[in-house]
Design a protein around this ligand. Structure first.
Ligand code: MLT
Length: 254
């Protein structure tokens, strides 16, 4: 399987992990801010998304693939920045190699596993996408996940349409099934031995999970992004970048 990644800048490495069903392209505004602020940004297209081949077969396997990119680049210790599905992969990486983690920026995600109901919904969506294509599913995602402000902004709507249109049905179905059976990481959070910031859109349906995660992490903080829903970095890039850079300046230090 070929994994596509980009490595820019110098300094303490931040590994960016994208949401479903997007690609590393979603981080372009963060990469320039982080590099300008003196950090190294590594973005990876997870299997089946962007320019990477294969498909996501499980979240733990995806975490191992991300670690193989870090090994290939000779990066021993790094910070993580994962949004939603990228957060699920981050939790697995943390569980596998906690000693390699400098800090974690966990956005619009949850350390909890899926409920039975959510799990069945995901399998139904996966079957629907394979049979009828992703159109209906993606419309549902846009309606349920974007803030009111984003939904009334034609430029942002176009941006989302473009990003969503790149997703391929087979890769989406595989990722949905892998997310459905992921383990809970809820019990791990209170043992996180590194700084954590939870950045969530004020209208993200996952915001409750973010608040409890930040409260349970020993060195956790919580930042709410006004005017954003589930894709906080894309919906409000300026506020997101401000929060991200402030956290990095304080915690991404030797
Ligand atoms: C994502 O944005 O990555 C997805 O919403 C994750 C999920 O479906 O749980």
């Amino acid at each position: 399987m070929t994994l596509h990644f980009n490595d820019s800048g110098v300094g303490i490495p931040v590994v960016f992990l994208h949401a479903f069903p997007l690609s590393s392209k979603m981080w372009s505004s963060q990469v320039s801010s982080v590099v300008d602020a003196g950090f190294r940004a590594i973005t990876i297209d997870l299997p089946g998304f962007g320019r990477s081949g294969g498909s996501i077969r499980s979240i733990p396997e995806t975490a191992r693939l991300v670690l193989s990119v870090c090994d290939h680049l000779g990066i021993k210790r790094f910070g993580l920045c994962g949004l939603s599905m990228g957060g699920y992969v981050s939790f697995e990486i943390i569980r596998a190699v906690p000693e390699r983690i400098r800090f974690a920026v966990l956005c619009d995600t949850t350390p909890e596993a899926d409920s039975e109901e959510k799990r069945s919904e995901r399998f139904e969506s996966s079957a629907e996408i394979l049979n009828d294509g992703p159109h209906r599913f993606l419309e549902g995602m846009k309606n349920g996940f974007l803030s009111d402000k984003t939904s009334s902004d034609p430029k942002l709507q176009n941006e989302f349409d473009e990003l969503f249109s790149e997703a391929d049905s087979k890769s989406m179905a595989a990722a949905l099934e892998a997310m459905a059976v992921r383990s809970s990481s809820k019990g791990d959070v209170e043992h996180f031995g590194f700084p954590v910031v939870a950045i969530y859109g004020a209208e993200d349906p996952m915001i409750g999970a973010g608040r409890s995660m930040a409260a349970s992490a020993p060195s956790g903080s919580f930042i709410e992004i006004e005017g954003a829903g589930h894709f906080s970095n894309l919906e409000q890039p300026e506020s997101f970048n401000k929060a991200l850079i402030a956290f990095l300046k304080e915690h991404a230090v030797e």
